[in-house]
Design a protein around this ligand. Sequence first.
Ligand code: PMP
Length: 408
Amino acid sequence: MNIKQDIEKIRSDFPILSREIYGKPLVYFDNAATTQKPSVVIDALTKYYTEQNSNVHRGAHHLSNLASETFEQARIKVQKYINARSIHEIIFTSGTTESLNLVAASYGKKFIGKGDEIIVSELEHHSNIVPWQILCEQTGAVLRVIPMLDDGTLDFEAYLKLLNPRTKMVSVTHVSNSLGTIVPIKKIIDAAHELNIPVTIDGAQASAHMAIDVQELGCDFYCFSGHKTFAPMGIGVLYGREELLEVMPPFKSGGEMIKIVTFSKTTFNDLPFRFEAGTPNVGGAIALGTALEYIQDIGLNFIAEREKALLDYLNKQLSTVKEIRFIGTAPEKTSVVSFLIDKIHPYDAGAIIDRFGVAVRTGNHCTQPIMEHYDIPGTIRASLSFYNTEKEIDVLIGAIEKVKKMLY
Ligand code: PMP
């Protein structure tokens, strides 16, 4: 098969890609917000609810055993996908936000105190800022911020200067959702580990685009969301090094996370269940396992090559429009491009682009500090996935020309 046939075949895996919006073919360029779902994932969810639906780990009957087994197989698929040492290190959460909150609340509560420092970066999504800020307010710890340079890369020298014996956590994104910058997390982790400082990685924007090997990275925590990885909403992952998870206090409490409950004392369950209070999103976890297998079938090398080709084409075509101002031009990027059309407000541009059936995101993308850095209200963001095409990029460019005609 040639590449065109490959892409056509891949696109046919995603039912939503063949629908129309305002009578025009959908052009879905909002993959950083959430990815579309292939039929195998939708089928896995349907199969779970039509054939297996039952509560897990209660072992009383056939269906419950079946659901528990499939749920635990999904955990193994996640473990393999990120190359974790053990299934004890894979905690199912509702998404990246919950995973980050878990680390901040649980690890933070026990190991971070007054006068300690937590390092985040100017590139972070709000969900990797606010939980740490709340922890700082509760404990008297101090939030320190790695500044970014104007091209959207992190100032690594400034980071090295921020590290000091009071630093008790470094929490940075793997990839910026607003700018697409790929952060050199291996270097960040190595520098922190020289001072025995743990590192949390927000992998929300990486998990669908590149191979993740938590052992090779050496990170202490790694978080990602199912829905940005071709799986359903409401399921996500926290990877944590077992030695750390073992000594962390519970985050949420209730059923599942306990061993014995009496009114005088409760003992907690083993990993990973200690951090999975209440009924989990069993169908979501199973469908996440299927989504990760789907990605592996397509191949992460193929995905990286294809998305690089799309990024280059998008940049090239946007560069032909002289009013375009690129926001974030880091040399290492995923297929995310943020831009402005001269002085036109991104919301106005987005509303017109939408009428062409093109889904782009406008606004601050939950990264207000980045917008503050550039002193802009927001950007227009096109975030592409391997199922997008050059032809769709041409439709976007046509829509931008229309924006100029209408708003100038
Ligand atoms: N971090 C980054 C970098 C993100 O892009 C997002 C989602 N936009 C999140 C965290 C939060 O993910 P979720 O809403 O799936 O919890």
